[in-house]
Design a protein. Structure first.
Length: 416
């Protein structure tokens, strides 16, 4: 039995072949987004060109991708979508200015003109919202033998456009499916109505739940999860006999990953309602460990963070720990418009549970000391990643392990 997961995939570049996909994911590392300081991120949608819409604690925010950091910038609250009652993610046709979304198990469309959204109306989908009259051929009494097709039964959710707005993919629990949520597709007719739903196929749809599809060229990126709540990300080719590809381990942890969005050179996804972004592994190593702005008593200060290193299997630093925390406090004071994420890490030795607990203790150690130094609690948050985000993967030497035993104090600009 394969594991499954919740995903949104919004792919916008031609490199999305199997080999290019593997290379892209293999050459990157994962980092927390600064937007998490605003609250719990429930969904991510692509709105207009390279503008993301995020549902954070029930409110919508718009943001652009920073070309340097690959994180989100210019995050601002918007009331554009507040009257629609959108459930899950939505999709937007920029050419026609039409928003497609789900609510109450049905799909809707609404026109967007500037910052104003028109009244939503249900999509007219054959065999779902209307039935087409059929007439048997032949015979003078053919008009008397008309009938209506039986409607499909089940809720519809999480639509995504494809083929320049001519096709729409979505998830639904139709009784005609394989069981639970499956991925379906409809096509727009010349009269504006949509064809009857067709299954995305047996390779993709299983007895488990598949959800949040996205189509690019001949690919479908989708999520799937089983009854035990196991979440994994998958990608598959359309009209192919090849098996779906399971995304690399870094995206499929024991936590619940979902709602992936991929742009030209940036990627975002949710892990337990926290937004993660992708970093280039090589660039990150150079930035963090080869060209520090300031290095003092094992505190490395960079443009966007400070790093403190720890002893093996310990949340103790050394006798200069108080001085190190003082440097961190000064770093915070020199950035008055920012909040700070304190993230603990361990090396790759030991078991997952113990490493997770140790990383949290390391982050808490610095967090607690900063509070004692009167740093406002509202400026700080903390987390522990265990060994899931090593600075040096597959470390062998003591020096390499040392670089992994660290706490990063990450500056989150514009979110204070």
């Amino acid at each position: 039995m394969r594991k499954y997961f919740y995903i949104i995939g919004l792919i916008g570049v031609n490199w999305f072949s199997a080999s290019a996909l593997d290379k892209m994911f293999a050459d990157t590392d994962i980092a927390l987004s600064a937007v998490n300081s605003r609250g719990s991120v429930r969904s991510v949608s692509l709105f207009k060109d390279s503008v993301l819409a995020l549902n954070i604690d029930g409110g919508f925010y718009l943001a652009e991708v920073d070309s340097v950091s690959k994180d989100l910038k210019n995050v601002r609250h918007t009331s554009i979508f507040s009257s629609l009652g959108i459930e899950g993610r939505f999709t937007y046709d920029e050419e026609s200015g039409t928003l497609y979304f789900s609510k109450g198990g049905m799909l809707y469309e609404a026109k967007v003109d500037g910052g104003v959204v028109g009244s939503p109306k249900p999509l007219e989908i054959k065999d779902v919202t209307f039935s087409e009259r059929e007439t048997r051929e032949g015979g003078m009494f053919s008009h008397a033998s008309t009938r209506y097709k039986k409607k499909l039964q089940g809720g519809l959710q999480n639509p995504i456009l494809a083929e320049n707005g001519k096709r729409l993919f979505f998830a639904a629990d139709f009784t005609q499916g394989n069981g639970g949520l499956d991925i379906w597709t409809i096509s727009r007719q010349k009269n504006g109505k949509w064809t009857a739903p067709r299954s995305a196929g047996q390779r993709i749809n299983s007895k488990h739940d598949e959800d949040l599809p996205f189509v690019f060229n001949d690919k479908i990126v989708y999520s799937s999860y089983d009854k035990k709540g196991d979440f994994d990300l998958w990608v598959s080719k359309q009209r192919s006999t090849e098996k779906p590809q399971h995304l690399p381990e870094k995206f499929n942890s024991q936590q619940k990953e979902r709602n992936m969005v991929v742009l030209k050179d940036a990627l975002f996804f949710l892990r337990d309602n926290k937004l993660y972004r992708l970093e280039n592994k090589i660039e990150k190593k150079v930035e963090l460990y080869e060209t520090p702005v300031v290095s003092s008593d094992d505190v490395v200060t960079l443009a966007d963070r400070q790093i403190v290193y720890f002893k093996y299997n310990s949340d103790e630093s050394d006798s200069t720990f108080a001085k190190k925390v003082g440097l961190i406090k000064r770093y915070i004071e020199e950035n008055p418009n920012c909040r700070f994420k304190i993230v603990g890490h361990t090396d790759e030795r030991g078991n997952v549970k113990e490493n997770k607990a140790l990383s949290i203790r390391r982050a808490s150690k610095i967090y607690d000391e900063l509070i004692k130094l009167k740093v406002p609690q509202s400026l700080l948050e903390k987390d522990g990643m265990g060994a899931s985000q090593p600075a040096v993967k597959n470390a062998k030497s003591d020096e390499e392990h040392q670089k992994n035993r660290r706490v990063e104090i990450i500056k989150m600009e514009g979110v204070r």
